[in-house]
Design a protein around this ligand. Structure first.
Ligand code: ZN
Length: 461
């Protein structure tokens, strides 16, 4: 096969809709060229609707998909992030590699349906239930995720996580964190093996669970191993006010200030959540060149708080989206939540829009920011409808109820703020179709396996 040629009636190129677009990819499934204003030649694949680039889901804990919807009842006393986490650990303590594979395959098909074609797994569930290493291969749970991504057919960036302490002031992990225990050498070894596996849609970076779970010597040790390599480095930060208070008590500084002062993060760094920030922290992160990964659905579900979206956008910090705990599994809903949180908090409309900067559409500004921020957290050099990027894209269904009759300039606005259900028709990864009319070829079998695992987990089998 020498490559592929697609023709789209419209495509989102260079930040706007353009008509009659010929899109060429090479045999590896990477874009080579785009030509605008060309009627469809004979023999090309004519796409059935307007084409959007897909996005990267920059923050996922796949196993938590099996917990989505099961923590929505309040028990005695307060229900907050920390009580949710204790209950989530109950699941983390029992998932096996085979179960994780089934859970992740279901999730990854759902992420394709949600318009993501690459997922970054912030993966900290590493060891057997008793905390010992898997005897045949210490990466058994990582390979389970890689196999699931293969089956679904989306790209996977594995981020093995350094997880060494229960809190800022605690030397050890809690007994119920025993499956997570790693050090810098373990994480580095895992990343190297994953990158050397030679799977075309798999790559790896590294992660630090948080400043609670990775102390200064751990961070410096991992930085020394990563050296000047281009691997992305992810860290949870400032998700919870308690974490900010603990950081102030332990270091005298707020988390992002401490990180920027002590560890010189750069454009390889991706700060997940970054919910509780002060302007000086945003300025420090902007100077460092690091990115921020916002997970609006999970942050709402867990009662984390609202990120300072105007502050991050205004400072020009690269943004990406994550589905994190997977109560939400599509970027349309995440962008809607991201904007609506700000509208509710500020009692204004179109908070993300920037009419003076030439962008009056909140949906377009957030989509463009997420698109521009997609490559780096995944450790990829390019992303989107651009020569050199992988030929991933989405085909919209203009017969979907929320898009019916919508004038073309408003299609993205209507998609984000007024579409119900399935408006993404076809999904392609590396030039190959993964969803046709919203369906994945393996989805029935994958769903059956997932349902069986949910039953096993609920009965403790
Ligand atoms: Zn997370």
């Amino acid at each position: 096969m020498s490559g592929q040629v697609f023709w789209a009636p419209q495509a989102w190129l260079d930040g706007r809709w353009q008509a009659e677009v010929l899109m060429q990819a090479d045999a590896r499934g990477h874009w080579t060229s785009f030509t605008v204003g060309r009627p469809a030649p004979e023999g090309v694949e004519r796409l059935a609707g307007p084409v959007l680039p897909s996005l990267v889901d920059a923050h996922s804990h796949a196993f938590q998909r099996a917990f989505a919807g099961l923590a929505e009842r309040r028990k005695a006393g307060e229900d907050d992030f920390w009580s949710w986490r204790d209950r989530m650990y109950g699941l983390a303590l029992k998932v096996t590699p085979a179960q994780l594979r089934a859970i992740a395959a279901q999730l990854y098909v759902e992420l394709l349906k949600g318009g993501y074609t690459q997922v970054c797994e912030f993966h900290y569930l590493q060891h057997r239930e008793d905390g010992s290493a898997y005897p045949d291969d210490e990466l058994a749970l990582s390979w389970a995720l890689a196999d699931a991504a293969d089956e679904a057919g989306l790209g996977l960036t594995m981020l093995p996580v350094l997880y060494a302490h229960a809190g800022f002031a605690q030397a050890a992990l809690r007994p119920d964190q025993r499956r997570f225990a790693t050090d810098a050498a373990w994480v580095w070894r895992a990343a190297q093996r994953l990158n050397a596996a030679g799977r075309p849609l798999l790559n790896a970076g590294v992660a630090l669970h948080s400043l609670r779970a990775a102390h200064a010597p751990d961070i410096r040790a991992l930085q020394a191993l990563v050296g000047e390599t281009a691997l992305p480095i992810h860290i949870h930060i400032s998700e919870q006010l308690q974490e900010v208070r603990d950081s102030l008590a332990a270091t005298g500084r707020r988390p992002m200030q401490y990180l920027c002062d002590e560890f010189a993060p750069d454009a390889r760094w991706h700060l997940v959540h970054a919910t509780h920030s002060e302007p000086a922290e945003i300025a420090a992160v902007a100077r460092a060149g690091a990115g921020v990964v916002i997970c609006p659905g999970t942050e709402a579900n867990l009662g984390d708080g609202l990120a300072d979206l105007p502050g991050w956008l205004g400072a020009g910090v690269p943004l990406s989206l994550g589905s994190d705990s997977h109560v939400t599994r599509g970027w349309i809903e995440e962008l809607r939540w991201l904007e609506y949180g700000q509208r509710l908090g500020l009692r204004q409309r179109n908070v993300a829009a920037d009419p003076r900067g030439g962008q009056p559409s909140s949906a377009a500004r957030l989509f463009e920011a997420s698109l521009a921020g997609s490559a780096a957290p995944a450790g990829l050099t390019s992303w989107g409808l651009a020569p050199g990027a992988r030929a991933d894209f989405l085909v919209l269904d203009t017969r979907a109820s929320g898009l019916l009759g919508v004038p073309q300039p408003a299609l993205l606005d209507a998609l984000v703020f007024a579409s119900q259900g399935q408006a993404l028709r076809d999904v392609y990864v590396a030039g190959r179709v993964r969803l046709r009319q919203g369906r994945h070829a393996g989805e029935e079998a994958i769903a059956d396996r997932f349902a069986a695992v949910m039953a096993e987990l609920s009965t403790g089998a």
